[in-house]
Design a protein around this ligand. Structure first.
Ligand code: GLA
Length: 383
């Protein structure tokens, strides 16, 4: 009986290391290596998560940033699909938030202030008149504590950070936990949770820049990627990229991505919102199917490689950003200059400036409550 049991287990393990085509797959693993130090001398590590298909996600404890993400094209060839740097120095100096965890408040807060229970909180104006992505030193510039944790569906890394009461002007000690899981279904799942000891506002996201054709020497732009966004409305902005409060129909505008459309098809139109954004830099109001725990937000297909990325989220919005501020000054992995439109972001989120917009879904977190959101980037190949 005992022997039969072991034979069965061994057989199952052997089977699981064979792919459908019969080729031997790499076995799943997580490795940790030292990745340098911050200017203050703090140790930074790099964790590399590999799933049973050989898909690989490298994540640094500096800003919790996804440094590289290698996924197959239609011929099974792995390629890195995110912008990033070869060493921690790039992230310390960087101003574009490549791959990082964004907090305490993702995107903008108008006039860098908000009011809770009659008390006004003032933040740093790090984006003209406004606060952007958590302030002068947001979660993207912090060293996170990391721990490998067991996961039934893949390789998981837990990152934690305590944002102290008053940090960057926000009230409450905020305990933040982010779990990255690279699943055996080729998904990068990100679960964000947080608790506070004072009423505060929270809006966490990840700022990965994707180019599904692959990043590196000779890389092109993302204008040919076909994008679908599950949104009937978007939030138009003013000249400081702060939502006006309107939820506008996408129908008849360059913001209609309800059917797959090339990112570049209307990006140079002289429509007012496109001009204000310098391209796309807008929040889309996601259709959520009532009762669904998590919904499809967007799907992107890159025609040459066949790579497909789906974004699933529990969040009400997604910021579609076309790298309008990339100007070639950041030299990323392999020394490549990252130019305008060389990548796009789909940052799942609550709407920008929600603390000042009573009609938008609330971003207030009270003591005793738990903030919890999930976003999945799922990779596959199409035609
Ligand atoms: C978000 C913002 C953009 C820009 C980038 C980072 O996408 O909406 O305006 O600030 O982050 O450069």
């Amino acid at each position: 009986m005992k022997r039969l049991f072991w034979i069965t287990i061994t057989g199952a393990l052997l089977m699981s290391t064979l792919t459908a085509s019969g080729a031997r797959a790499k076995s799943a693993s997580t490795t940790k290596s030292p990745w340098g130090k911050t200017p203050d001398g703090e140790q930074v590590d790099l964790y590399t998560l590999t799933n049973k298909n050989g898909v690989e996600a490298a994540i640094t404890t500096y800003g919790g940033a996804v440094v590289s993400l290698k996924v197959p094209d239609r011929n099974g060839k792995l390629g890195d699909v995110v912008l990033g740097f070869d060493s921690v120095d790039g992230y310390v100096e960087g101003k574009s938030y490549f791959g990082a965890i964004i907090g305490r408040y993702g995107n903008r807060i108008g006039h860098a202030q908000f009011t809770l229970d009659g008390k006004t909180y003032t933040l740093a104006k790090n984006n003209v008149e406004n606060s952007l992505h958590g302030g002068t030193k947001g979660f993207n510039k912090m060293v996170w504590k990391a721990k490998e944790i067991p996961a039934k569906d893949g390789q998981a890394l837990e990152l934690t950070y305590l944002s102290k009461d008053g940090e960057e002007g926000f009230p409450g000690n905020l305990k933040v936990r982010v779990v990255y899981t690279l699943t055996d279904s080729n998904e990068l799942k990100i679960e964000y949770s947080a608790t506070t000891d004072k009423k505060t506002v929270v809006n966490l996201t990840n700022h990965s820049y994707f180019n599904l054709a692959g990043v590196g020497p000779g890389m092109g732009d993302i204008l040919g990627h076909m994008l679908m966004i599950e949104a009937d409305k978007f939030t138009p902005v003013d000249s400081g990229l702060i939502p006006t409060g309107e939820l506008r129909d996408v129908a008849g505008t360059p913001f209609d991505f309800r059917q797959p459309t090339a990112i570049g098809a209307r990006i140079n139109s002289d429509e007012e919102q496109i001009k204000l954004g310098g391209g796309y830099d807008h929040n889309f109001v996601l259709r959520r199917k009532p009762g669904d725990p998590i919904s499809l937000a967007a799907r992107v297909e890159e025609p040459k490689t066949g790579r497909v990325m789906e974004v699933w989220t529990t969040e009400p919005g997604v910021q579609f950003y076309t790298g309008n501020f990339l100007d070639g000054s950041a030299h990323g992995k392999g020394g490549v200059a990252y130019t305008k439109r060389s990548a796009f972001c789909l940052e799942t989120q609550h709407f920008p400036d929600s603390p000042n917009q009573p009609k938008f879904p609330s971003v207030v977190l009270n003591p005793g409550e738990r903030y919890h959101t999930t976003t999945i980037y799922k990779f596959s190949t199409g035609k």
